[in-house]
Ligand binder design. Structure first.
Ligand SMILES: Nc1ncnc2c1ncn2[C@@H]1O[C@H](COP(=O)(O)OP(=O)(O)OP(=O)(O)O)[C@@H](O)[C@H]1O
Ligand SMILES: [Mg+2]
Length: 262
């Protein structure tokens, strides 16, 4: 059974999609894991980063989720794109109105819809990474109900600290009411400028408040990230770049934690 990790934070632009891409790539290429990415964001950034134009897609995660509700899901293969290192269940903008439909009461058993879809994928992958939206609505809701773990991605600054606290509250509520087996994988700090006192103070505060949950590896800021994304490559593959090195060290730490869980 694959492990399902939701990559999440209610704050926008913090590096969730970038982390999803790089973590997936690293697990697949460095550790030979079978990885499926689920783009659960109508912005479809993950889909675009992998080089697919959402407007050209015939089927997306939205069609697969509708298939679950309408009991006419085609073979799961039909919804997946096989990228060279990992597979993706892509998204397009239609996921936004679909998210509203999920809230409308039109469907029954909404909470479990993504979980039911993932059951079709689970045997084929070691890791299923869900790239989440940055607001609390049904799309985040179904992701947290389907996930085994949440990886929180945040920036070490005043708002970042607040956003983590808010997200931890949400996870606790989901744990109590909807998904008892949900746990926090960890908190990854990204786009950090550790030369500033402000960032260093935020890191110290987070480490003291949240104990071992914060990853030691901190992803610095580098303009190369978006340059590489435009080329549809993960920064992970770049030699001698501080962000690439930090993602490598995060991946090692991630795997060490995985080994400790066995
Ligand atoms: N370490 C980094 N250094 C510099 N830029 C980065 C870094 N990580 C991500 N970025 C850039 O920051 C922007 C936001 O990153 P990303 O899309 O991963 O964030 P997100 O949390 O998924 O955003 P959203 O909430 O909109 O989904 C992108 O332009 C990306 O290229
Ligand atoms: Mg994103």
């Amino acid at each position: 059974m694959g492990k399902v990790i939701a990559i999440s934070n209610l704050k926008g632009g913090v590096g969730k999609t970038t982390t999803c891409h790089n973590l997936g790539w690293g697990l697949a290429t460095e550790y030979d894991k079978r990885v499926c990415l689920i783009d659960l964001n109508p912005q479809a950034d993950l889909t675009k980063i992998l080089g697919y134009n959402p407007a050209d897609l015939d089927v997306t995660v939205e069609h697969a989720l509708r298939g679950i509700f309408e009991n006419n899901l085609a073979p799961i293969e039909d919804y997946l794109i096989h990228a060279c290192e990992m597979d993706i269940l892509p998204a397009d903008g239609c996921l936004a109105p679909f998210g509203d439909e999920l809230s409308s009461g039109r469907y029954w058993m909404v909470e479990s819809v993504l979980q039911r879809l993932i059951e079709k994928l689970n045997d084929h992958y070691d890791y299923i990474l869900i790239d989440c939206v940055n607001y609390f609505g049904k799309l985040l809701h179904i992701a947290l109900c389907a996930a085994d773990e949440v990886l929180l991605v945040a920036q070490p600054n005043y708002f970042g600290v607040d956003a983590i606290a808010e997200m931890l509250n949400i996870v606790e509520i989901v744990q109590q009411r909807l998904n008892q087996s949900l746990s926090i994988n960890g908190i990854l700090l990204t786009q950090a400028n550790m030369r500033t006192l402000h960032a260093r103070e935020a890191v110290t505060r987070l480490r003291s408040d949240l104990d071992g949950r914060v990853y030691h590896s901190i992803i610095p800021y580098s303009v190369q990230v978006s340059v590489y994304q435009e080329m549809h490559l993960p920064i992970f593959t770049l030699k001698n770049n501080p962000v690439a090195k930090a993602y490598h060290s995060f991946l090692e730490e991630f795997m060490e934690r995985e080994d400790q869980k066995i």
